[in-house]
Design a protein around this ligand. Structure first.
Ligand SMILES: *Cc1c(COP(=O)(O)O)cnc(C)c1O
Length: 453
């Protein structure tokens, strides 16, 4: 068995259950949680974590679980990655906060330099840093509105852009993200996404459908930005048909609207390249980043053409904590690790292991309507066999069966019928293979149970 070295010791890379799940200490903590934490805050796993690294989470009862979620695509470099811990420790001992707008420091500038280098396109760029993905998306909209002098923002079915007021308006799914929380920000327009499994359209056809709605219901001259996830995240890992995204980008260029890629979930090696848009050679006007950027510390960015990012009046962008020095140190450690370990290649290797296994699972289970994704961002969509009718109940049952066997998987999708896999990019092949064995077992037992009921 392999072990990974974390700064607090070695961590065996194994799935090992020593109690029932949840164990006694997790149950105690769950009771405290119920008494202290708002029940509105969601929960996936019934166990509490004590330490984590490589591809495992170890709970407070000593159970070791395989992590196929990475804290929602965040710890792509692995939990407590050595370069991240070292950079953070040094920074935290030097100083923890000054506010970059008050007294600047090098780390913020260095992260912006990296973002300007790594995001697609050789043009002159500028960046600004924030705390969360939602905040980055809000700021991209602010930049787009000032730079174009227009107000309309085009978003897509199944989109997820966050939970603040503006980003709730941009997000598609009502329950749980928007339900009862309105009224929402105006001048947000939703158009059909390319969803090959469900619409059967090629990229050009899907783009014509979406842009037809834009032209007739908004008018090209009023559009500040077309905002899209290159592969949709919470919406169910929907991969648009090839040609869809380039057609949107071309339309934007011709119409004076900005093409904004929300790479919060897809960015930083997750899909097998630094950014998912590279797959089709996209060069967005603005790119939003967060999640995988800083190895678990809260950091987000907006990067774009210098003339757009500099169009906003001085003092127009910022915030108390945005680009906090500790988070910037973590990002620099993360990016260094991604380069040194070539984690884009690791993501492609994960795809090479997982896709054939997921396709073989699909051959044996007609409940799997679609297998899709790219790199280490893969999913299966569950339906009633032979139809497009979503099967959320089976999806939940399979996820719980995996959890009970010590494998953390996440669900997603407008109808809650997608199982998604986001392993840390440093996960070992043995562990990955074992997680797939467990998924296989979970499908066997749960599809049999659902056919009986
Ligand atoms: C998670 C996510 C967000 C929101 O990020 P937070 O850090 O949770 O605010 C925005 N866009 C996409 C594509 C995401 O996956």
């Amino acid at each position: 068995m392999t072990e990974v070295l974390t700064p607090s010791g070695t961590l065996p890379q194994e799935r090992r259950l020593v109690t029932e799940l949840p164990g006694p200490r997790s149950r105690e903590l769950m009771a405290r949680r119920t008494a202290a934490v708002s029940s509105a805050v969601g929960g996936t796993l019934p166990v509490f974590v004590e330490k984590a690294g490589g591809g495992v989470l170890v709970d407070v009862d000593g159970n070791s679980l395989i992590d196929m979620g990475s804290g929602i695509a965040v710890v792509s470099v692995g939990n407590a990655a050595p370069a991240v811990v070292e950079a953070v420790s040094e920074q935290v001992a030097a100083f923890t906060h000054t506010c970059f707008m008050v007294a600047p420091y090098e780390g913020y500038v260095a992260v912006c330099e990296e973002l300007n280098r790594l995001t697609p396109g050789g043009h002159e760029k500028r960046s600004a840093l924030f705390n969360s993905g939602a905040e980055a998306v809000e700021n991209a909209v602010k930049v787009a509105r000032v730079a174009t002098g227009r107000s309309a923002v085009v978003v897509f079915d199944h989109a997820y852009h966050g939970r603040t007021n503006l980003t709730m308006a941009l997000t598609a799914k009502a329950m749980p993200y928007k339900w009862g929380f309105g009224p929402f920000a105006p001048e947000v327009y939703r158009v059909p996404m390319s969803y090959p499994f469900r619409d059967g359209l090629d990229g050009a056809e899907a783009a014509r459908r979406a842009l037809g709605v834009v032209e007739s219901q908004i008018g090209a001259a009023n559009v500040a930005a077309v905002l899209v996830e290159p592969i949709q995240g919470e919406g169910g890992f929907v991969v648009p048909a090839l040609g869809f995204l380039p057609a949107l980008a071309q339309w934007c260029a011709a119409s004076g609207a900005l093409f904004v890629a929300d790479e919060v979930q897809t960015g930083f090696c997750r899909t097998g390249s630094w950014f998912a848009g590279e797959h089709e050679g996209l060069v967005p006007d603005l790119v939003t980043t967060a999640k995988g950027i800083a190895g678990g510390l809260p950091l987000a960015g907006v990067t774009g053409r210098a003339e757009l990012m500099d169009a906003v009046h001085a003092g127009g962008l910022g915030g108390t904590y945005g680009g906090n020095p500790v988070a910037c140190a973590a990002a620099l450690g993360t990016i260094r690790t991604m380069r040194e370990l070539d984690l884009s290649a690791a993501a492609r290797a994960i795809e090479a292991t997982m896709l054939p296994r997921l396709r073989s699972l699909q051959e044996r289970h007609p409940e799997i309507g679609d297998v899709r994704g790219r790199g280490a961002m893969l999913a299966v969509e569950l339906v009633k066999p032979g139809t497009l009718e979503p099967d959320a109940a089976l999806t939940g049952a399979v996820a719980r069966a995996c959890h009970a066997r010590g494998v953390l998987v996440l669900t997603a999708g407008t109808w809650g019928n997608v199982l998604r896999f986001l392993p840390p990019l440093v996960i070992g092949q043995d562990l990955l293979s074992e997680a797939l064995d467990v998924l296989d077992e979970a499908f066997a037992t749960e599809t049999a149970a659902s056919r009986r009921s």
